[in-house]
Design a protein around this ligand. Structure first.
Ligand SMILES: Nc1ncnc2c1ncn2[C@@H]1O[C@H](COP(=O)(O)OP(=O)(O)OP(=O)(O)O)[C@@H](O)[C@H]1O
Length: 341
């Protein structure tokens, strides 16, 4: 049974629906990402779950308790949720310990029980040794870990994270992805993580809600989003690859090399469908489909190429050896996924 359900929730600003009829059923302990381009309504969805925004339509239910509907609005502090922001929002004049323990101090916890509980949270993010420092003397990643510890002390049912890595450099982001996953595993809490970075969502989440213009495009596992995107939009938003127009209806089909060869040999005809070709499914062979190399990017262990088919459509692929611009080669496409036109 789902722990947290969003049932057809919508939010309008004026005439404009920024969140448009979103439904999700989230299991207890799941790590969920809300993923989509800037302005697609991710943060507004998160803020509705947190209780910072009212709903215009639909319901939000946590553990059978109605949290929000157009008629009902439980206050944020009564939802047993905790939110981690991009900006950390740490008190500069409080130590790491007292920043993390703020919610417990507010509840009147003092002395050793207070220190023990806050230390447990700090240890969970490997910050026990910095308990007496002030935030100015911490790196960005350490500050973000204080913010995580702070949300952990109150044992929330649901942790809401709004682009928490956006201010960190690329190396630190990768390290923090591991921190978040460990933190999630330790707490057993449900995580809802907003990001516009698909690699980040794929690396951490069990399930991803892909949003576009306020609507839910697909609600699925990272593997399914990559292998079986429900729409052309998701296919191009998630991962690398080429979408090729084809003459037949192929939506939802797993296409093998013979099917692909047939589709491409008739590609001058009218287009009724499309297929997604990932670069790892394209290989250079002695005898196959004619392509002409257009573009090359050196990737260290291999090159990434873009090449044109005879009909002008292009595919991307990887190859260990150097190919020149304009060079004619033959490729085999082992696998493709059928999409609507
Ligand atoms: N208070 C508001 N009044 C009017 N429009 C708003 C308000 N808050 C958000 N919007 C608009 O709603 C849309 C969705 O905003 P939201 O912040 O949810 O998007 P997002 O997907 O989180 O984007 P980003 O990744 O850029 O934060 C945007 O077009 C935004 O300009």
């Amino acid at each position: 049974m789902a722990q947290l359900t969003l049932e057809n929730i919508s939010k309008h600003y004026g005439e404009h629906a920024v969140v448009d009829d979103i439904s999700l059923a989230i299991e207890k302990g799941q790590f969920v990402a809300l993923l989509g381009p800037s302005g697609c309504g991710k943060t507004t969805t998160l803020r509705m779950i947190a209780g910072f925004e009212q709903l215009d339509q639909g319901r939000i239910v946590l553990n059978d308790r109605l949290l929000a509907s157009p008629q009902q609005h439980i206050a944020p502090e009564q939802r047993n949720m905790s939110m981690v922001f991009q900006s950390y929002a740490l008190w500069p004049h409080k130590t790491v310990l007292d920043n993390a323990g703020y919610a417990l101090a507010l509840r009147g916890l003092r002395g050793q029980p207070y220190r023990d509980q806050v230390f447990a949270a700090l240890e969970a993010v490997n910050l026990g040794h910095l308990a007496d420092r002030f935030p100015q003397a911490l790196s960005g990643g350490q500050r973000q870990r204080v913010a995580l510890a702070r949300c952990l002390v109150s044992h929330p049912d649901v942790v809401l994270l709004d682009e928490p890595l956006a201010n960190l450099d690329v190396h630190l982001r990768a390290a923090m992805e591991t921190t978040f996953r460990d933190f999630h595993a330790r707490t057993g809490a449900t995580f809802i993580y907003v990001t516009h970075d698909q690699a980040e969502a794929m690396a951490m989440a069990d399930r991803i809600a892909v949003m576009n213009h306020g609507r839910l495009e697909q609600w699925d596992t990272p593997e399914n989003l990559y292998r079986r995107p429900a729409s052309r939009w998701v296919a191009t938003f998630i991962g690398k690859g080429a979408v090729l127009d084809v003459p037949n209806h192929v939506h939802g089909k797993n296409l093998r090399s013979d099917d692909i060869l047939n589709l491409l040999s008739n590609s001058g005809a009218m287009h009724r469908g499309a297929m997604l070709v990932r670069p790892e499914h394209v290989s250079v062979v002695d005898e196959g489909i004619d392509v002409t190399v257009q573009h090359r990017v050196y990737k260290g262990e291999r090159y990434q190429y873009m090449a044109n088919l005879a009909d002008g459509q292009s595919v991307t692929f990887y190859h260990p050896r150097l190919l020149e611009h304009g060079q004619a080669v033959q490729v085999q496409i082992e696998h493709a996924w059928g999409l609507d036109l």
